[in-house]
Design a protein around this ligand. Structure first.
Ligand code: AMP
Length: 284
């Protein structure tokens, strides 16, 4: 496994692989790898000849006062995990390597970024789409693996690649969860023992919503009410938002239409830690 800290080397390695006729699977991450990231690497390993992992805690997607300096960094363990799953090359740039000059150019996706995480963190998605565009430009033609865990991010990046003719196929990957239902996240390490014990309520509430849909509920307000009530009963959870949206346009729905994929998406705080989760639902 090759570990390369410079953009030039990363580009050169992947260009050579492509010239040799090998397909490339790109897995962009901020490190502190867990089984969720591993599942993305394994999907890339299954589909592609070459697996390219990127580890970069992107300052551009953190606002002042967010957890940039506290974000967990576990490079040594990350490299072990990457090697275990057969990663070919790991790109580990520093901040100055990624941004040698102040960035005057930003990639902005309209519409899809106006709600939910985009409303809660107004500069966040521009930071994401700008760094992901840089990674796509360095990697060249490839498949890029993103988790449904960050559902809005997945939708934004998918649309960006289509709008800008980026030579990248964005591949969605299912959410990996702990045995008690909590979605794996690098930020789970921030949780106190009490908050960690309470946090699976997010998945239980989403499951309840999915069960209600399977049982015939189609009214989005009723589903939002159900999730809010569930979370309201857990004193450690502070719900920021819950939305019922079309699974591809992210348009808020008032009513689920039979056979049309929708998504129930929420964010809640446990202490100062924000946790995101979501679930797919289809009315019968
Ligand atoms: P991050 O390192 O948090 O930026 O995440 C890197 C990638 O891993 C993103 O595409 C995430 O959606 C994905 N990811 C994070 N957690 C999970 C999970 N529990 N299951 C599946 N994918 C995940």
């Amino acid at each position: 496994m090759l570990v390369v800290p410079t953009r030039a080397e990363f580009r050169r390695v992947l260009e050579a692989e492509r010239r040799a006729g090998r397909s490339i699977g790109l897995v962009p991450t901020m490190g502190a790898l867990h089984a969720g990231h591993r599942s993305l690497l394994e999907a890339a390993r299954r589909d592609c000849d070459v697996v390219a992992l990127t580890i970069f805690v992107n300052p551009l997607q953190f606002a002042a006062g967010e957890d940039l300096s506290a974000y967990p960094r576990t490079l040594e363990r990350d490299l072990e995990l990457a090697a275990e799953v057969g990663t070919t090359v790991v790109f580990t740039p520093s901040d100055v390597e990624m941004y040698p000059m102040p960035t005057l150019t930003t990639v902005h996706v309209d519409g899809l970024t106006a709600t939910m995480e985009g409303a809660a963190r107004p500069t966040h998605f521009d930071g994401v789409t700008t760094v992901v565009t840089k990674l796509f430009n360095l990697a060249g033609a490839c498949r890029a693996y993103f988790g449904e865990k960050d559902y809005q991010q997945l939708a934004v990046v998918t649309r960006m690649a289509a709008d800008l003719d980026q030579p990248v196929t964005v591949v969605p990957c299912p959410i990996l969860r702990e045995a008690d239902g909590l979605a794996l996240s690098s930020r789970n390490v921030y949780l106190s023992a009490e908050d960690r014990a309470a946090a699976p309520v997010l998945h239980r509430a989403l499951r309840d919503a999915a069960d209600a849909v399977a049982g015939g509920e189609r009214d989005a307000r009723a589903l939002i009410g159900l999730v809010s009530t569930r979370l309201g009963a857990e004193p450690r959870a502070a719900l920021e938002y819950v939305a019922v949206v079309d699974a591809s346009s992210l348009e808020p729905l008032t009513e689920l239409l039979p056979g049309v994929a929708a998504r129930v998406i929420l964010t809640a705080r446990f202490g100062s830690t924000r946790l995101l989760d979501n679930i797919g639902v289809v009315a019968p």
